[in-house]
Design a protein around this ligand. Structure first.
Ligand SMILES: [Cu+2]
Length: 147
């Protein structure tokens, strides 16, 4: 095995690192070597798509869902993406289902009635996912389109 040679500066850095690690009293070592490595076949997920709940883009408190990107109640994402609803005012839910004759939850997701909350749902399959607010019903609906 070939002998490793360090420049004096590198030798000092190694010595300093060794000292700082050994001074850690057995606690978990932090730093570059402690960075967890993602495991599993799933690629690094993208940041969630944000939908504002209870406030329009002008800051008016309304019974609306407003997608941050589209500015409408429709959110368009890709398979595997996550939507995060951020409650900005009022008391609402994000509940999957449709409102033909009263709003019927379909069980795909339901935040429950909340205020000042956040709620996330990840969409593993393509499709169109309508949702509504349990408090405001047909007045307050949105759609997630997963491509
Ligand atoms: Cu509502």
């Amino acid at each position: 095995m070939r002998e490793m040679r360090f420049e004096p500066a590198a030798r000092a850095a190694v010595l300093a690192l060794t000292l700082s690690v050994s001074a850690g009293c057995g606690n978990t070592v932090s730093g570059p070597s402690a960075t967890p490595t993602p495991s599993g076949p799933t690629p690094t997920p993208s940041a969630p798509h944000i939908v504002f709940v209870g406030q329009d883009q002008s800051g008016n408190r309304l019974n609306v869902f407003v997608d941050q990107a589209s500015g409408t109640s429709t959110t368009t994402i890709h398979v595997g993406d996550t939507v995060q609803w951020n409650w900005l005012s009022g008391t609402h839910s994000t509940t999957s289902g449709i409102c033909p004759n009263g709003c019927i939850p379909d069980g795909t997701w339901d935040s429950g009635v909340e205020s000042g909350a956040t709620f996330q749902h990840t969409f593993p399959s393509a499709g169109s996912y309508p949702y509504f607010c349990r408090v405001h019903g047909t007045m307050m609906q949105g759609t997630v389109i997963v491509q």
